[in-house]
Design a protein around this ligand. Sequence first.
Ligand code: K1U
Ligand code: ZN
Length: 170
Amino acid sequence: ALLPILNYPDPRLRTIAEPVKEVTAEIKTLIADMIETMYDAQGIGLAASQVDRHIQLIVMDLSEDKSHPRVFINPKVTPLVEEKQPYEEGCLSVPDVYDKVERPTKVRIEALDENGDKIDEEVEGLLAVCIQHEMDHLNGVIFVDYLSRLKQTRARDKVRKVIKIREKQG
Ligand SMILES: O=C(O)C[C@@H](Cc1ccccc1)C(=O)SCC(=O)c1ccccc1
Ligand SMILES: [Zn+2]
């Protein structure tokens, strides 16, 4: 089922996510719903925080044909290099706002997948950017927090406008 995505600056987006203790049937349903919601919203990632579920769960799919969804449960991300690179990020909770954010270019991801099996990978490129963006969500951080006050104000105004238009479209 499609889940409603919280929009910036909703304070619920600032909630710190709790670890997942057990991958229950309910969590598996949430994973399927988050993947469906991510595709519907034209995203490449989605954190549970964005659908108002405050558990450490991320879904991502960087494939062209939306055929390789990945699930990260209780993820831990560790930068592997000091070097940072800017990337033009977006966010499904801050629609129509894109801006450059600098992040470490290579990171280690330790997590569990949807079957409870261990994931331990070193990644770079868009996958590294996206997993760090999603990890921020689980820690109540939104990419606009890295931008200037002026850009944060513009982002709030922009989201307000986009939401109004979407509500008119029904
Ligand atoms: O809000 C989210 O977590 C999803 C977000 C993930 C993300 C995209 C790009 C850089 C970092 C994190 C999105 O999917 S935004 C929409 C999108 O598909 C996109 C935007 C900019 C570049 C590439 C993809
Ligand atoms: Zn986001």
